[in-house]
Design a protein around this ligand. Structure first.
Ligand SMILES: [Zn+2]
Length: 238
């Protein structure tokens, strides 16, 4: 079969859409986690993060290097996040190229994935642009598919063990994808039509710096609404 990234005909791996390392906090003592389907109110159990045949071994290895790198950097920020309050910011150093390629690859994989968790999300018009950037190891410019990240506090505490499936939305006239994994909210700008602003400062910078803003999940209505509906379903299915 053809690898989605290099497009060579090769044996394909069962590739994660979002790296397995972000699923780690979800597992219980029997290595299971639950997913909640909000429209059918169905709760399912899983033993592995969502995967599908997507990449050849070479491309899988290439992307996993970025995943491991970014995962480790983010992991180091968690103790700092736990000491912060809403409105605070955590600044940290991160390699521009590796981190950008990681987020571009997440956005691209979520868009091309056929797994039902990602089924509703697609930015088909941008798939080829993203594939080209990732395949040629080109991280692009900071404002091109820029990524803003927030750590979400739920009733005052930071929880690493929740995900929300990607959604396409509008923000100040731009098209954005928002997704939650590992307790962090990522807003990925599909289009960007602004001058330098507070938003551009929150993108990964070419001087290898980035920031995580601490936010209140309850204040973000689009998150809070989905969180409440998931909580209701879970209460009925303990
Ligand atoms: Zn490949």
């Amino acid at each position: 079969m053809r690898c989605a990234l290099c497009q060579k005909t090769k044996k394909l791996c069962k590739s994660h859409i979002i790296s397995e390392l972000f699923y780690k906090p979800l597992y219980d003592s029997r290595h299971r986690f639950r997913s909640i389907h909000s429209s059918t109110a169905k709760v399912s159990r899983h033993q592995k993060g969502f995967k599908e045949p997507l990449l050849c071994d070479n491309c899988e290895q290439k992307l996993s290097t970025y995943e491991k790198y970014v995962g480790q950097i983010l992991l180091k920020q968690y103790p700092k996040i736990l000491k912060k309050r809403i409105g605070d910011i955590v600044h940290f150093g991160i390699d521009y190229k590796k981190s950008r390629l990681f987020y571009l690859s997440i956005l691209w994989r979520m868009s091309i994935a056929t797994h039902k968790y990602f089924q509703k999300f697609s930015i088909a018009k941008y798939n080829e642009t993203l594939r080209n950037l990732i395949n040629t190891n080109n991280p692009g410019n900071p404002n091109e598919f820029g990524c803003v990240v927030s750590a979400l506090l739920i009733d005052g505490s930071f929880k690493r063990d929740w995900f929300l499936d990607p959604q396409l939305s509008r923000l100040r006239g731009d098209s954005v994808c928002w997704v939650v994994f590992g307790g962090l909210l990522y807003i990925l700008f599909i289009t960007f039509n602004h001058n330098p602003s507070v938003i551009t400062q929150a993108f990964i910078q070419k001087n290898n710096s980035w920031l995580i803003a601490i936010d209140d999940a309850r204040r973000l209505h689009f998150i809070d609404r989905r969180f409440r509906s998931a909580q209701k379903i879970l209460n009925k299915n303990p």
